[in-house]
Design a protein around this ligand. Structure first.
Ligand SMILES: Nc1nc2c([nH]c(=O)n2[C@H]2C[C@H](O)[C@@H](COP(=O)(O)OP(=O)(O)OP(=O)(O)O)O2)c(=O)[nH]1
Length: 142
């Protein structure tokens, strides 16, 4: 295998955060122009840097991209997906504790959603929505 092909196949770790309000609404962001899949909706986050702890990466990305300070977040699930542009390993966290309101520091749009209805959504994230819906239902029933 050539060095370029091997590099292309190496998974990239991505820290992704689902901010969940007490009523179950979650925050989505629209990918800004210039990124692969621009205009698609996602849960905010970004690539983990070499040697960086995943939760630390999550906190850094939220501060850099949204101006939000995550106080605490719990690991939720992992998803691996191969896109034409990258092989990603997504580490999803759920946070109920943060400070600040989302600011569009990268020109991205935001939406708080109960039932997630924004479209299009990044393909690797779509299968998680039904599981997320169960969590939101539990929160509302509590
Ligand atoms: N943040 C986020 N990324 C996701 C989700 N679902 C999904 O497939 N991804 C993929 C898309 C990208 O290939 C990768 C995230 O990388 P990115 O390019 O947005 O990361 P970044 O903000 O660090 O970008 P950059 O510094 O390289 O511009 O993960 C999701 O729900 N949220």
């Amino acid at each position: 295998m050539s060095e370029i092909a091997a590099k292309a196949k190496r998974p990239v770790d991505v820290a992704v955060g689902i901010l969940m309000r007490p009523d179950g609404d979650v925050l989505l962001a629209q990918r800004p122009p210039g990124k692969p899949y621009e205009g698609y909706w996602e849960f905010p986050g970004g690539k983990v840097e070499s040697g960086e702890d995943i939760l630390a990466a999550l906190k850094r990305e939220f501060l850099e991209e949204l101006g939000i300070r995550i106080i605490d977040a719990q690991p939720w699930c992992g998803v691996e997906h191969v896109y034409p542009h990258a092989h990603v390993r997504l580490h999803f966290f759920i946070s109920h504790q943060w400070e600040g309101e989302p600011q569009s520091l990268e020109g991205q749009a935001f939406a708080w959603q109960g039932q997630v209805a924004v479209e299009p959504l990044l393909p690797a994230t779509i299968p998680l929505l039904s599981y997320l819906g169960l969590l939101q239902d539990d929160l509302q029933a509590a």
